[in-house]
Design a protein around this ligand. Sequence first.
Ligand SMILES: NC(=O)c1ccc[n+]([C@@H]2O[C@H](COP(=O)([O-])OP(=O)(O)OC[C@H]3O[C@@H](n4cnc5c(N)ncnc54)[C@H](OP(=O)(O)O)[C@@H]3O)[C@@H](O)[C@H]2O)c1
Length: 245
Amino acid sequence: MENVGAIITGSSRGIGRATAVRLAQDGFKITVNYSQDEEGAKKTVRTVKDHGGEAFSVQADVSDQDATKKLVERTVEEYGDLGVLVNNAGFSHHATLDELRHEDWQKGIDVNLTGSFNCAKAAAPEMKELGWGRIVNISSLRAMTGSDHGSHYASSKAGLLGLTKSLALELAPEITVNAISPGYTRTPMTRESLEEKEDQITEKIPLDRVAESPEIAGVISFLVSHDGSYITGETINANGGIYMR
Ligand SMILES: NC(=O)c1ccc[n+]([C@@H]2O[C@H](COP(=O)([O-])OP(=O)(O)OC[C@H]3O[C@@H](n4cnc5c(N)ncnc54)[C@H](OP(=O)(O)O)[C@@H]3O)[C@@H](O)[C@H]2O)c1
């Protein structure tokens, strides 16, 4: 079901921006979301429109429950319905257990996990009303491998897989809920690491390169399309085969 409203959280840059553009090309009407990067959000809206799509932006910190309710309300006011939610907004920050402050731990959980719960809770009634819905949660390779420099990040992303399966059970049959676990993807989030050690990173990847954001957006597009209609509660790993090395 295209031509319905689609919220992509954290779409002021990176994977979120590529997803906004891709889903607009697929025919969805896009709500761009951000918490701080207003300029980035405006750029995403312009890019979607340049590709012939429809978009507007809403500032909302996904860890704030009231803000996510307003994000959904604004989308329904603008487009008349809401069919797709991509929980993409993410916070990452490098710190070992020794270095990690309690507030950083909490922020990782609040944005990456509770933020996805908040958005799904606000969006699900609208999808039920529509009789159709697709929720895609952006997890991470780190959900499976853990991380020696971001236990908050890995834990929040692993929690997201539990949330995915739980909501898939609760929201069936109208709404499918799936996760994607990207591996290394070239975005502002990974800019520093890739500048420092892209060669070392790609050595571990059978496909011999990191992903580009549109490749992750393409997997999201598949899950929300008719071709993804019989998949729910699943995680698709898009990591260039990194587990096999
Ligand atoms: N890049 C990778 O290699 C990789 C790998 C695995 C998984 N992922 C996941 O993929 C998703 C996108 O990552 P990315 O690499 O595109 O990251 P990015 O370039 O850092 O973009 C993150 C986006 O999230 C938004 N955001 C952050 N906190 C927010 C909040 N509290 N409320 C609303 N929006 C918020 C940011 O906008 P503001 O600055 O305005 O808040 C930005 O638009 C994340 O969930 C990330 O964990 C990425």
